[in-house]
Each structure stands twice: as structure tokens, then as C-alpha cells.
Design a protein around this ligand. Structure first.
Ligand code: NAD
Length: 485
């Protein structure tokens, strides 16, 4: 048995217990660096999802249960949960990197630590938020306006940041008194058993968090389940549209964090020195091998300095060590699966067919015969209307698009179906902020980019509906009741 396997690997965490799955169907994630199987865990079937929803329902509905607890008491549980996750940090980082190819150095920065911080942040908000206020009524008497938890949350996450994206949902749900059924993605599932162990060790009450690893079928069953009150989804735009249609029919609240193709606008005064901006530029454009929704993968460069920008981006891409995700020196690991590698290679072929100029990469790295690796790849002279610039590739592939002046840069940045992230690179942060404010996107950074737990994160246009993080992220887990007295 692989060391990554939980001692509970034959069971599912439902209703605060490790229960036998309905069938013997298994999920066997593969290490994308080596193509070796990592061990097997049960695949949740519809019956398991039903049991998880029933447990979450009971925990939510029971008199004196989680929803009725004082928020400060829930906060204490959340802080213990954060501490138990922190105690498992190295095991979680290793499990994530082994499954999705995230370089271990990045997993240690983002997939551990950050989830605990988000849990603690929402525990703090649970303590300080006024969930009820009384107003004078216009017609006499008073009105008590109450913010009440929405109920049972069906939370569905992708494989690229399984810990962070689950916590973006679990934390505000727990803070408000909701209960959760989490469905991790089959590609990154082993780490979810460590989350369950942490919840159990922290004394999270039975049924407040239930975990059903599975594929689309389990996800679809959860979305339309009559016992679910709200859906929180992170994943691709096509899956988000399918889920939104179901939720629309059911009049079920839904938040959707979807794909992106964000612009990185390099202004003509930017300092194009790798020592100065290299690290932040790489972080903003290639983190997690390009398997990150908010990356600035369309780099917009002024004609006056076009060649310089192309040279900088090309040199940075070439400089990144590619290798096994568990190697501490690796900055670009493999793609999550053979299928994802094929998809990315398909986009590279399309880029070449469209006439874009390849400046580096485009193939599989030498010396890495096993594993789903693609070289960091840069295309120059890319037309913003081309497939390469319009579709989310989700791999280490950047395109550099020329622009004439700032108005043209803003027009090109906004000429996209998506609007999730983005960056502006400049020697003058005020000028950068002025340009950033003109970009139609949910989040944008000047000379850096990292979603901050204190600020809402989410997309404009086809990048999604609603926001996670910040106090705003709690609203989706609350509904309002007016009580006339
Ligand atoms: P995906 O949409 O294929 O799957 C995401 C999750 O949804 C998985 O757990 C999957 O099993 C489930 N699922 C798929 N179809 C479903 C359906 N019809 N009903 C219910 N559940 C369903 O996405 P993926 O390939 O796993 O992840 C990559 C995508 O996620 C990219 O498009 C990326 O941009 C996006 N993403 C967005 C954000 C964000 O915050 N906006 C963050 C990370 C990833």
C-alpha cells in the first residue's frame, strides 16, 4: 500500500463515521510524474451521495444542531480543524503533488497553510459578523432582519487546487452554520481523506462535513439532489453551464468559479529585467504548470517594446526546471493526465496551424520519457481572435499579443469571453491601477497576483457567478428573513 493512503482508504467519511461504500467501485489516481498508480479508494455512487446528503441534512435540521450553535462556538471548531490540517501539512502537500503534478514547493506554499488561514479567517468573521439587526418599520413596529444559513451545501471541486478550493467552500459554510457534502475530483482524491481525518480529530460534529469522492455522475446527482439547498462549484465553464441549467430549473442558489484566459498587460514603462519581475511574472503566468484558472496567459505587449517582452517571456519559460513534481527543484511539473497533455498538445498544434510564432517549447521535454510532461511553451505574434488567445489551454502555454497603445491594450484585454484574473506590469503602480480598473475582470493585480483571503475572488462573464473569499464570500451561504414585530 502506498504511503499516501489513509488508514481509512476502504471507507467513506459520512455522518462523522467511516462507512462502507455502497459498491466495490474504486478510483485509482495515477502519479502524472511517473504514470504509476497511487493506490485505490472507493468511488462514491448515488447511494453514497444519498447517505451523505441525509447526514448533512440531519446535522443541519436537528434542533440544537450546528446551525443553531452560537457562531463563536462554531469558530472554535473551525480553528481546531485548521490546526489539524496544519498538523498534516506535509502529508497533504505530498498527496496533492503526487496526484496532480503540482511542484511540491508550490504545494507547500499554496495547498497547505492557505486552507488553514481561510478557515481561521472565516472563524474570525463568524465571531464578528452581526447575523441579525432590528430596524424601525416604516409602518410602525420593528423589523428583525436575520441572516440565516442556507442549509445543506453541495460543494464540487476540480483537481488543480483540491485543498484550497474545497476550503473556499467549507470555511464560509461552517462559519454561517451550513453543512457540507464535498465531492472531490477523481484525479485528486487521496488528500480528501486527510481532510476527513483532520475534521474527525478536530471534533467537527457528525454530518457537518461529508466527503464523496467521485466523477461527474456523483457530482450531477449531488447538484440535483432534493436534500441539497445550495451548490458551490469550481471547475470548467462547460460543466458550470450544465450545473447552472439544473440549478436554474430547481431555483437552487449556485456559485460558479469557472475558467479563465486572463490578460497580463505589460505597459511601455515596465522594467523588463528578469531579476526585477521574473519571479512574479512566472508566478502570475505559469503557476502549477499552467493548471491554474486565474493565470495571465495572454501577455499583451506594446509594439514599441514587443521584441523585448517576447525575449523576456521566452527566456523565463526556458529557465524553469521541468521535472518530477516531488523534486524540490522542480518549477514545472507534468500535466495531470495523458488526456490533459493531449489537449494541451492539440492547442500547440492549433497555434502553429494558425500561424503563431513558436519561440520556445512546443514539445515534450528531453529526458522525461515517462510522465505527462509538456515543455513550457511561448507563442509570439498571436492574433487575439485566434483559438490560442481565446480558449483556456490549462497547460504551460503562453501567448504574446502585440498592442498599439493603452486603449488598444484595454480593448484586447476585454476582448475575451472570460474575466477572472489579470495583471498590469509597470514602473508606475498608480498608472497600473488606473489601467487595471478598466479591465473587465473579477480580480487583477499590479506587478503581482495572488488571491487574498480577505478579498472576494470570482469572475466576470463566462468565468462564473458569485464570489468566494472575503466577507462577500459568506453571503452565498446566507439567506435573509424579515421578522415583523
Ligand atoms: P471539470 O469541470 O471537468 O470538473 C470539475 C469538477 O466538477 C470535478 O469534480 C468533476 O467531477 C465535476 N463535474 C464535472 N461535470 C459535472 C456535472 N455536469 N455535474 C456535476 N459535477 C460535475 O474541471 P476540471 O478539468 O476538473 O478542472 C479544470 C477547470 O477548473 C478549468 O476550467 C479551470 O479554469 C477551472 N477552475 C476554476 C477556478 C476558479 O476559481 N474560477 C479554480 C480552479 C479551476
Amino acid at each position: 500500500m502506498s504511503t499516501l493512503m489513509s488508514r481509512h482508504h476502504e471507507h467513506l467519511y459520512i455522518g462523522g463515521q467511516w462507512v462502507r461504500p455502497a459498491t466495490g467501485r474504486l478510483i485509482t489516481p495515477v502519479n502524472p510524474s511517473t504514470e504509476e498508480p497511487l493506490g485505490s479508494v472507493p468511488e462514491a455512487m448515488e447511494e453514497d451521495v444519498d447517505a451523505a446528503v441525509a447526514a448533512a441534512r440531519a446535522a443541519f435540521d436537528s434542533p440544537g444542531g450546528w446551525a443553531s450553535w452560537e457562531p463563536a462556538r462554531r469558530a472554535e471548531v473551525m480553528e481546531r480543524f485548521a490546526a489539524e490540517l496544519d498538523a498534516r501539512a506535509e502529508a497533504i502537500a505530498t498527496a496533492v503533488s503526487s496526484q496532480n503534478g503540482m511542484p511540491i514547493a508550490i504545494a507547500r506554499q499554496l495547498e497547505v497553510g492557505y486552507p488553514g488561514a481561510v478557515l481561521r479567517y472565516y472563524a474570525g468573521l463568524a465571531r464578528t459578523t452581526e447575523f441579525s439587526e432590528t430596524r424601525d418599520g416604516l409602518l410602525g413596529g420593528s423589523v428583525e432582519v436575520r441572516k440565516v444559513p442556507v442549509g445543506v451545501v453541495g460543494a464540487i471541486v476540480p483537481w488543480n487546487y483540491p485543498q484550497v478550493l474545497a476550503t473556499f467552500k467549507i470555511a464560509p459554510a461552517m462559519a454561517t452554520g451550513c453543512t457540507v457534502v464535498l465531492k472531490p475530483s477523481p484525479e485528486a482524491v487521496l488528500d480528501s481523506f486527510l481532510v476527513a481525518e483532520a475534521a474527525e480529530a478536530a471534533g467537527v460534529p457528525a454530518g457537518v462535513l461529508n466527503i464523496v469522492p467521485g466523477g461527474r455522475e456523483a457530482g450531477a446527482h449531488l447538484v440535483s439532489h432534493p436534500g441539497v439547498d445550495k451548490v458551490a462549484f469550481t471547475g470548467s465553464t462547460p460543466a458550470g453551464r450544465a450545473i447552472a441549467e439544473v440549478c436554474g430549473r430547481l431555483l437552487r442558489p449556485v456559485t460558479l468559479e469557472l475558467g479563465g484566459k486572463s490578460a497580463g498587460i505589460v505597459l511601455d514603462d515596465a522594467v523588463l529585467d528578469p531579476a526585477e519581475i521574473g519571479e512574479e511574472l512566472v508566478r502570475a503566468t505559469l503557476t502549477n504548470n499552467g493548471q491554474t484558472c486565474f493565470l495571465s496567459t495572454r501577455i499583451l505587449a506594446p509594439r514599441s517594446r514587443y521584441a523585448e517582452v517576447v525575449d523576456l517571456v521566452t527566456a523565463l519559460a526556458r529557465s524553469l526546471p521541468v521535472g518530477d513534481a516531488l523534486d524540490e527543484r522542480t518549477l514545472v511539473g507534468p500535466l495531470v493526465s495523458a488526456q490533459q497533455r493531449d489537449r494541451v498538445e492539440g492547442y500547440i498544434a492549433k497555434g502553429l496551424a494558425e500561424g503563431a510564432r513558436l519561440t520556445t517549447g512546443g514539445g515534450r521535454p528531453a529526458g522525461l520519457e515517462r510522465g505527462f510532461f509538456v515543455e513550457p511553451t511561448v507563442f509570439a505574434d498571436v492574433d487575439n481572435r485566434s483559438v490560442l488567445a481565446q480558449e483556456e489551454i490549462f497547460g504551460p502555454v503562453l501567448c504574446v499579443v502585440p498592442y498599439e497603445d493603452v486603449d488598444d491594450a484595454v480593448r484586447i484585454a476585454n476582448d475575451s469571453d472570460f474575466g477572472l484574473g489579470g495583471t498590469v506590469w509597470t514602473a508606475d503602480p498608480e498608472r497600473g491601477a488606473a489601467v487595471a480598473r478598466r479591465v473587465q475582470t473579477g480580480t487583477i493585480g499590479v506587478n503581482r497576483y495572488l488571491p487574498d483571503p480577505a478579498a472576494p475572488f470570482g469572475g466576470f462573464k463566462a468565468s462564473g457567478l458569485g464570489r468566494e473569499l472575503g466577507p462577500e464570500g459568506m453571503q452565498a451561504y446566507l439567506q435573509t428573513q424579515s421578522l415583523y414585530r
